[in-house]
Design a protein around this ligand. Structure first.
Ligand code: SF4
Length: 446
């Protein structure tokens, strides 16, 4: 039996390139499925962002991981495989929320976490008794396994030294699907298992793919303490609450933390309340970001636009904030009402959703009517922020300022900034940026 695990690309070729090689990482959930698959099954893996899919590869069963924005493409891939006689099973957040939609295109869906049902899926397939839906139960920490890394080899990824230490997030932001999928249960793996996995990876730079590595501060402190002797550097994702605990922050640094991706979302108090990020206060954002960076940890802050409290001034206000904060990297997106979220429910009740074309649910398109600006202005404002933050002038200002304080970080920050810039030129219609002048923006030379 041959099992093919597939990461679909975005439908749109531009979006496919958006992620670019530098920013693509292996799909760890598929590596975990490969680990759980019995030895007698041949397992192959393809990431369509990096290579074309060979529909004639002889796969008997095809497992496709699906996010909302990749759902239309995933369904096409499924139909192509069904035409050559393969069975298709979907997994991931989107089909877990909308299993009946996915079943129109495939044979089966795993709803929720796959660990406890995957062996049953394989056995049922072998007996030709695949069920339409498998309901995966919440996985206990002790049962979270490491991915089978061999499947990621020679696939064109630059960075494969990734792992998960935790699952879930204790918070419940309105727009986020994490707590929908994992519940609000935050689980952490055994520290000895994490250390063992890092030793096996044997790479000086590790990426933690957790939604919120600091979701349990006691666990995070213990983990960081155990990481110190390994002398690695690591990157991860956390909430800004790390800045409230100096001991945690310093332990993170001592354990090798070089950079954190932090979802700041909004710089306004009203915006933070609106998305239910009540643990974050607008007036302390700047101070907390500075505190983290003063410890030598770089920050990529992420911001969303289109909140009901956002007016057209939000773009310049956010840019002022990010420049003042001196953060190393920033990313910007449009609020997106993913299926099943509280945000989607509210916008549906208010009759403000303008499309259910999932291809546009990528945080780069407005799919609902904003309250205080037009859809066009929201789109233009998004492009404006990307281009202004990643203008050469601002990149070099940032790099000199950071390089002056942390000489070893200057070069990596420059490379990351230029990679983002390259990605922007590849993917965005630059004319829309220039037309932003119509809205009173003053873009500088990109
Ligand atoms: S803190 Fe991040 S991962 Fe957690 S619910 Fe909010 S957006 Fe989702």
């Amino acid at each position: 039996m041959k099992l093919l695990l597939v990461v679909p690309a975005m439908e749109d070729e531009k979006e496919r390139r958006l992620k670019g090689k530098a920013f693509r990482m292996p799909q760890i959930s598929l590596g975990i499925l490969a680990s759980l698959t019995p030895e007698d099954v041949e397992v192959c893996y393809v990431d369509e962002n990096l290579e074309d899919i060979n529909y004639e590869c002889g796969a008997d069963l095809v497992g496709i991981t699906v996010m909302t924005a990749t759902a239309p493409r995933a369904y096409k891939i499924a139909q192509n495989f069904k035409q050559v006689g393969a069975k298709v099973i979907f997994g991931g957040i989107h089909p877990s929320i909308l299993p009946q939609e996915a079943l129109r295109y495939g044979d089966s869906v795993v709803v929720g976490e796959a660990e406890y049902v995957w062996k049953e899926v394989i056995e049922d397939f072998k007996r030709k008794e695949l069920k339409p839906i498998y309901y995966g139960k919440r996985v206990e920490s002790k049962d979270i396994v490491s991915p089978k890394r061999e499947v990621f080899k020679n696939k064109g990824y630059y960075f494969t030294s990734i792992l998960q230490a935790t699952r879930g997030c204790p918070y419940d932001c309105d727009f986020c699907s994490v707590s929908l999928f994992f519940g609000r249960s935050f689980r952490n793996r055994e520290i000895k298992d994490i250390i063992k996995e890092i030793e096996e990876i044997n790479h000086p730079l590790i990426g933690f793919l957790d939604d919120n590595l600091m979701g349990n501060k006691r666990f995070a402190k213990k983990l960081f303490y155990e990481l110190i002797p390994l002398k690695i550097r690591w990157l991860g994702q956390a909430s800004l609450t790390i800045a409230d605990d100096l001991e945690l922050l310093r332990l993170a640094k001592r354990s090798g933390c070089s950079g954190l991706f932090i979802g700041i979302e909004s710089i306004s108090e009203a915006g933070l309340k609106e998305v239910n990020k009540r643990y974050q206060k607008a007036k302390t954002l700047l101070e907390k970001i500075k505190r983290i960076q003063e410890e030598g940890i770089l920050i990529e802050g992420s911001f969303i636009f289109g909140l009901d409290s956002d007016t057209p001034d939000i773009f310049d206000e956010t840019l002022d904030f990010v420049f003042k904060s001196k953060m190393a990297l920033a990313s910007f997106g449009i609020l997106t009402p993913y299926p099943g979220t509280k945000l989607q429910k509210r916008l549906m009740e208010e009759n403000r959703i303008i499309t259910y074309d999932w291809r546009l649910y990528d945080c780069g398109h407005a799919v609902f009517k904003p309250k205080n600006m037009t859809i066009e202005r929201l789109q233009e404002g998004l492009d404006y922020c990307w281009y202004k933050f990643y203008s050469y002038k601002n990149i070099f200002k940032r790099v000199f300022s950071l390089g002056y304080r942390f000489p070893l970080l200057g070069l990596p920050v420059l490379i990351l900034n230029l990679s983002y810039k390259r990605m922007l030129f590849k993917t965005t219609d630059i004319s829309s940026w220039f037309s932003s002048k119509n809205y009173g923006f003053l873009p500088e030379t990109a």
